[in-house]
Write a protein that binds this ligand. Structure first.
Ligand code: SF4
Length: 138
């Protein structure tokens, strides 16, 4: 079983209420090989919600609210779920402050990218779970 970002599975869970449907991810879910999860919803944030980005290791909304602790709790929930389901690999949404891997927006809400992992992707990687983004799917 894999976990996949719910927005890639076509669910309207993004901060603006939209999704990022990816046909390959939807196929995996329909085949019963993957389970969609949105870490930010799991952390208790509503949809729609204010956009957030990571700056110097902490997560802030555009208006400056520090969401770091709540985001970390959500990440721990995802890790717990992954362990319970015996997940070895996840497919996550690139560039998200939760799900992204390798590259993220730089915290200035200007579209600039820097190196880094989303809060959840980082925790899963540290726990030996393979993280792919939709950009790495063949
Ligand atoms: S937290 Fe992850 S699953 Fe949820 S909307 Fe953002 S990128 Fe998609």
């Amino acid at each position: 079983m894999k976990l996949v970002s719910a927005c890639l599975a076509g669910l309207n869970v993004r901060h603006d209420g939209s999704n990022k449907a990816n046909e390959k991810v939807i196929k995996l879910v329909k085949a019963g090989e993957a389970k969609p999860v949105c870490p930010e919803q799991l952390a208790g944030f509503p949809t729609p919600r204010e956009a957030r980005e990571i700056k110097e290791g902490r997560v802030f909304t555009k208006s400056g609210e520090d969401l770091t602790e709540q985001m970390q709790k959500g990440a721990e929930e995802v890790l717990r779920m992954a362990k319970q389901l015996g997940v070895k690999e996840v497919i996550f949404k690139a560039k998200s402050p939760s799900c992204g891997k390798g590259r993220l927006y730089d915290g200035t809400f200007s579209g600039k990218l820097v190196e880094g992992n989303g809060i959840v992707a980082d925790l899963l990687l540290k726990n030996g779970i393979k993280v792919l983004t939709e950009e790495e799917l063949e």
